[in-house]
Design a protein around this ligand. Structure first.
Ligand SMILES: [Zn+2]
Length: 377
């Protein structure tokens, strides 16, 4: 996806000294932390924490050796749990469903329409560049892609890509960019970059990991509480009633999760958990993916023979269009809720990367010089 804003410019840090050094994922320590915290909370004290940490290290090793991949061009390490086949299947299903709706409404442009031909011409050049597998990293999924270009008659200036390389462009975007090839190439480059970087697979993996981690955490917390209750019960009643304690565990499990069971219950209420997950995970994750797609897209358009200097203009125009759309709707989305970095941030990032490309020369075509920040608005 392309449009939506946010708040203040992120701090950027240039790096280009170490040729093939990878960038660590912020989730690197997560399995270890979960393992230790889970065991500790489960009431096994220091021994349990050590056991948990060992389990966590094993989990982390599995993640690093089996599940982690390097994103082409940025060399960021990310975890993708699902095999590419499932990603392709999901992309296919979503595509059929969404395009089916547009087709029924008679809004899908024929392949021989001038807009379709224009977009396909640009996409072909960019996809050709992708096939040459510049940028290193993990690209084994790319030969499995079945690229397709669809132009939909819709005045919203937007475009999106579905897993497996299904690119959809709205006519409103072509109009906003005056049908200019170089400006459109920045958008197509951005969409192709999402597919190359497997952002949808990564997002699903993070959601899966968070769901599992939350459930493990909640179960451990509940287990810990039950043990405490059992211990206080034991002090009151002596050592006789083991049977009763077992029954008690089953009955009390998950009590308080819905927000009614004291401070822990409130903290772990679904609303609070989803608020935190959104603020600290989903939004920064999504914004970083957008920024990463902008920067990889910049490389792809350059590799396809387009002038990358056009890219900041594209995002300036998109930013202006978005502002007037929001003004017309009479509201502000609220910077904290935006899934995209605001357009000023994106333009600044692109300008800085272009400056780096001028300084570094050809080597900067196959590598994003900037470190893509996780926290940005
Ligand atoms: Zn996007």
């Amino acid at each position: 996806m392309l449009i939506a804003p946010a708040l203040q410019p992120a701090h950027h840090q240039a790096f280009f000294s170490c040729a093939d050094q990878t960038v660590a994922s912020p989730f690197t320590a997560l399995p270890i932390a979960i393992g230790s915290a889970g065991a500790f909370l489960a009431g096994y004290g220091v021994d349990g924490a050590i056991l948990g940490a060992v389990g966590g290290v094993a989990l982390r090793a599995f993640q690093a050796l089996v599940l982690e991949q390097t994103v082409p061009f940025t060399y960021r390490r990310h975890t993708v749990v699902l095999p590419v086949g499932i990603e392709l299947l999901m992309g296919d299903l979503t595509f059929k469903q969404q395009i089916g709706q547009y087709e029924q409404a008679g809004r899908v442009l024929p392949q021989n329409a001038s807009e379709s031909q224009l977009v396909r011409k640009i996409a072909d050049r960019i996809i050709d560049a992708v096939q040459k597998q510049y940028g290193g990293g993990y690209q084994k999924h790319i030969p499995d892609f079945k690229w397709s270009i669809t132009v939909v008659n819709d005045k919203t200036p937007n475009a999106f890509v579905l897993p497996g390389g299904k690119i959809v462009v709205f006519t409103g975007l072509i109009k906003l960019l005056d049908g200019r090839e170089d400006l459109l190439a920045a958008v197509i480059g951005h969409e192709v970059a999402h597919a190359v970087a497997r952002h949808s697979g990564e997002k699903l993996s993070v959601q899966l990991a968070v769901t599992i981690a939350l459930n493990v955490g909640l179960a451990a917390l509940q287990f810990y509480r039950n043990r405490q209750q059992q211990q206080s019960g034991r002090q009151q009643q002596g050592w006789g009633s083991q049977q009763q304690r077992r029954g008690g565990y089953g009955n009390q499990r998950y009590r308080g999760m819905g927000g009614g069971g004291g401070p822990g219950g409130l903290l772990f209420s679904p609303q609070v958990v989803s608020l935190f997950a959104n603020l600290f995970l989903q939004l920064p994750f999504s914004r970083r993916a957008e920024a990463e797609a902008d920067l990889i897209g910049l490389k792809l358009m350059a590799l396809a023979g387009y002038d990358p200097k056009a890219a900041p203009d594209t995002f300036r125009k998109l930013g202006q269009a978005e502002q007037s759309m929001r003004a017309a709707m009479g509201g502000n989305l609220g910077a904290l809720q935006c899934t995209h970095p605001r357009s000023e941030t994106r333009v600044q990032l692109l300008e800085e990367e272009l400056q780096n490309m001028r300084e570094v020369g050809d080597a900067a075509l196959s590598r994003v010089v900037h470190k893509v920040p996780y926290w940005m608005l």
